[in-house]
Design a protein around this ligand. Sequence first.
Ligand code: ADP
Ligand code: MG
Length: 213
Amino acid sequence: MGVLMSTLNTEVVAGWLADYAQTIEQNAEMLTDLDRQIGDADHGSNMKRGTKAVAELEASEFADAAALLKKAGMTLVNTVGGASGPLYGTFFLRVAKALPADGEISAGQWGEALRAGLQGVIDRGKASVGDKTIVDALTPAMDALDAAASGGAGVAEALDAAAKAAAEGRDATVDLVARKGRASYLGERSRGVQDPGATSATLLVESAARTLG
Ligand code: ADP
Ligand code: MG
């Protein structure tokens, strides 16, 4: 099964974080536009500020991938602001805690670590699937990752499956009524718009699929 493993180290994780920052920068206007329709028009700028600060972290200054991800989480908590800052921050802090030591990593191990991140978002924000939040993208993503890993997929293949599932979950938020966060104040009027957080969360999983496999 060695061929199915991929490498975990600070460089690989820094590559993920840099790719995500670039992707957020490219999509910031779109994210803010979605948030303008069902929130307060700041999700793109919030995420751009936070991911830029994370991308400026110097990978070589960290002992291992977990240490870099821990700092990334704290940086997001301190810079993103809004509801999403603590949620994304907690995601990365929990992923950091659940990661194995640097070296070879399997799809199943990435699945466990990223699932721990999702659980952190749920513990912190108390959202369930169907509430029109980040959780609606991350939950199907982690389910698909686990299924792929159980079926013997390698890291790249499993993360591709996760990214596809995240995008489907994101698309399904259009028809949902928000039950958490600012958009929930709109009630029925939140229906018909794609959730900004589910959109940025899908970008995160897509970024993982491009860089971690
Ligand atoms: P704010 O709503 O404070 O302006 P942002 O605009 O940065 O924060 O983020 C909004 C996104 O945060 C929403 O689209 C939603 O996906 C996500 N969100 C809000 N509350 C929660 C929650 N309790 N659990 C999970 N995600 C949430
Ligand atoms: Mg907002």
